[in-house]
Ligand binder design. Structure first.
Ligand code: UD1
Length: 339
């Protein structure tokens, strides 16, 4: 079995990708420092897969650790998720974000080169588009000035990868620009585990429905959208996980010295109020919510043009918004039973 290193593999997207990789016949190996994840994820993976997934505990910024991991395993490829991702925190601690998100990529690229590992899938974000001038947004749409150090760190990492390939190296790299990941594994054994008060919409919704949060605030209803609330492209995390497998398989078929970028979304936009209504329908629970002021830095509307990933990687989102919210709610309920 081809071994694939998943940095940040105990995190939300990484853990679901571990499931998809194993099911596609790869051997996922995780490195994670558990700074924003929990070891219970490994138990969830075992419950789904019926076996343990190898996991190294440690920081991807430690070159010695990374070299040890690469020396102990002959990897066929790497998926790099490990990064800090809280937008608000990044504006408070920009150096922490730049150091962590950029250094870990540089160390990873150098370690891959040292050990002859050629293939990398990098976790980028639709945040690099800002508020695009055209919708749906395609990969060739120019990126905008980043709204936060977090967003800028993703933009800089993309540029590093492009420049690295332009230097003529024998590597193959894809950046995946994720839209808004939601949902959980349908088993409810793994899902998103936000620390503290969630910033993201769907964890806040499920925690409100579970009675952990009192009231949900809709950040603005005066945008230029069908019902005034913001529009996003919500993609089921299992679809997103599958996109990583497709990206890796695609890379293996390319000539060396390759770099490309793909949007990963459903191609459909939904407003915040539509998400709330859909959640109420699938959970059969009324949400306690109010309309509040706009959140500073929010984008009015963004959704993906998915033509490139559909045609070149043969990947398409399979889950609907209803499926996503049902799985998020199932996961939240199972979490409640665990505590
Ligand atoms: C956010 C980040 C983005 C990051 C992504 C990762 C910001 C500004 N952007 O995207 O860089 O890549 O998470 O998943 O933080 N909303 C409410 N009430 C809430 C929470 C959210 O109305 O309590 C609304 C927001 O205004 C937004 C939508 O729900 O319109 C989605 O918000 P969120 O889940 O935070 O994602 P993004 O802002 O799209």
């Amino acid at each position: 079995m081809k071994k694939i290193l998943i940095t940040g593999g105990a995190g939300y997207i990484g853990s679901h990708t571990a499931v998809s990789l194993l099911e596609a016949g790869f051997e996922p190996i995780i490195v994670d420092n558990f700074s924003n994840s929990n070891k219970s994820v490994l138990k969830g993976l075992k419950a789904i897969l019926g076996r343990d997934i190898a996991c190294y505990e440690g920081d991807c910024n430690e070159r010695g650790l990374m070299e040890l991991i690469f020396a102990e395993n002959q990897f066929s490829g790497v998926i790099h998720f490990a990064a800090f991702k809280a937008v608000g925190e990044s504006t408070q601690f920009p150096l922490k974000y730049y150091a962590n998100n950029i250094d870990s990529l540089l160390i990873l690229l150098e370690t891959m080169a040292k050990f002859g590992v050629k293939d990398l899938v990098f976790s980028s974000s639709c945040t690099v588009y800002g508020q695009p001038d055209e919708l749906p947004v395609s990969e060739s749409t120019p990126r905008k000035e980043a709204e936060s150090p977090y967003g800028n760190s993703k933009k800089i990492c993309e540029d590093i990868l492009r420049d690295y390939i332009n230097s003529g190296v024998d590597s193959r790299i894809i950046s995946l620009r994720y839209f808004n990941p939601v949902g959980a594994h349908p088993s409810g054994e793994i899902g998103e585990l936000p620390l503290g008060i969630p910033n993201n919409l769907v964890p806040f919704i499920t925690q409100s429905a579970a009675g952990i949060r009192q009231q949900l605030t809709v950040f603005g209803d005066d945008y230029n959208t069908p019902d005034g609330s913001c529009v996003r492209d919500y993609i089921h995390v299992m679809d997103l996980a599958d996109a990583h497998v497709k990206a890796l398989e695609f890379l293996f078929r390319q000539n060396l010295n390759f770099y490309d970028i793909f949007n990963v979304g459903t191609g459909k936009g939904n407003t915040v109020l539509e998400v709330i209504k859909t959640f109420e329908k699938v959970s059969k629970k009324a949400l306690n919510y109010k309309i509040g002021p706009r959140r500073p830095g929010d984008i009015e509307k963004v959704w993906a043009n998915t033509h490139k990933i559909n045609s070149e990687l043969g990947w398409m989102a399979k889950y609907s918004l209803e499926d996503s919210l049902r799985d998020s709610w199932n996961w939240q309920q199972k979490l409640g039973l665990r505590e």
